[in-house]
Structures are given as C-alpha cells and as structure tokens.
Ligand binder design. Structure first.
Ligand SMILES: Cc1cc2nc3c(=O)[nH]c(=O)nc-3n(C[C@H](O)[C@H](O)[C@H](O)COP(=O)(O)O)c2cc1C
Length: 169
C-alpha cells in the first residue's frame, strides 16, 4: 500500500475537479497526517485550512502564488513552522523546523492520496504577500501551501527520477 502511494498515487496535481471534498474529509486527512514524527517530538508546526467559501483567503493565496491553476483547488492547507518550538541540534545550532514541517507536509500529501484526493507542494510563493493578507500568529511562519482537492483527471504523470545508483554515494 505504501509502495503504491509513494511510487504512483502521490503526485503534484496542478488541476483540480469541481467536486468539493467535505470539511470532514480534510479533517480526517489532517488527523492522520499529524502523527508525523518530529525532532524530539516538538511538533513545531501549525496548520491553516482555507476552504472553498473563504474568498478572501483564496485571493490571498492566488496573490502570493501567481499561477492560475492554483485557483482550481477547493482547499489550501498552509503548513506553518514555529521556529521557537523546534529542536536545535546542540553541535551546530541547526534548527530543525523546516525538516519537521517537510515531514508533516508529506504525511498530509500521502494521507490525502490515500483518501483519493490530490495535492501539490507549493513553496514558490511570496511570503510577504501572503502574510500581508492573512494574519498568522506571532512566530508562526507559512512554509508550504498545499492545494488540496479531487484531481481533474485520473491521469497520473509518470515519475521522473534519477536512477537510484546515481544518488548512492
Ligand atoms: C519543497 C518543494 C517545493 C515545491 N514547490 C513547488 C511550487 O512552488 N510549485 C509547483 O508547482 N510545484 C512545486 N513542487 C512540486 C515539485 O515540482 C514536484 O514534487 C516534483 O517535480 C516531482 O513531481 P511529483 O511531485 O509529481 O512526483 C515542490 C515540491 C517540493 C518538495
């Protein structure tokens, strides 16, 4: 099951269907995904869900990420990091907030895929634009926008990856 999710079902979807998942479905995905591991179990993250009826939120996302396809998604999960809550490696002071946020994000993607939903990691957004339109609590930084919904088509693109032997060192 996990092999199917990793090698096929989870992919970056950039076109979503008009069919809208329920808020309950999104919540169930997040309930599953937030079992993600984190360094020292600090869970230095917050989630904001922007739904289909939140026109202001949707416009804020669209302004921060200027690609028309993003508006086809009915939901956006904004995965945020809280650096002050994250574990810091004592040897070199490396803050692990982005590592933890990445794990949670990918757990959301995988849980969504298992539920028949699609997502796409979006990091290439303008954080200043987003935070000028959406108020985040102090110290809570948006790291990833995850458009989430049913995919517009059932065609799943083939995975393009380096050969395993090319990344083994
Ligand atoms: C950290 C990260 C940031 C990404 N940011 C974007 C983005 O801003 N816009 C986008 O369309 N895709 C983004 N992607 C998706 C990647 O392009 C995609 O994962 C990669 O091409 C592999 O394709 P796949 O996800 O379909 O397997 C991002 C992925 C990751 C992991």
């Amino acid at each position: 099951m996990i092999k199917q999710l990793l090698t096929h079902d989870r992919y970056s979807c950039r076109s979503y269907s008009d069919r809208i998942p329920t808020a309950g479905q999104i919540r169930e995905v997040l309930e599953t995904a937030h079992m993600a591991p984190s360094a020292c179990n600090r869970q230095p993250w917050r989630l904001m869900v922007i739904g289909p009826d939140d026109e202001e939120g949707r416009q804020a996302v669209a302004a921060a990420y200027n690609r028309p396809w993003i508006l086809s998604a009915p939901y956006y999960v904004i995965v945020c990091g809280v650096a002050d809550e994250a574990w810091v490696r004592p040897f070199d002071n490396k803050c692990h907030v982005d590592v933890d946020v990445a794990i949670l994000t990918e757990h959301i993607c995988l849980a969504a895929s298992e539920a028949g939903l699609a997502t796409c990691w979006v990091c290439n957004f303008d954080p200043a634009e987003l935070t000028s339109k959406i108020e985040f609590p102090q110290g809570v930084d948006p790291v990833v926008i995850l458009p989430t919904g049913y995919p517009a088509t059932t065609d799943i693109p083939e995975k393009k990856r380096k050969e395993l032997d090319d990344i083994l060192i």
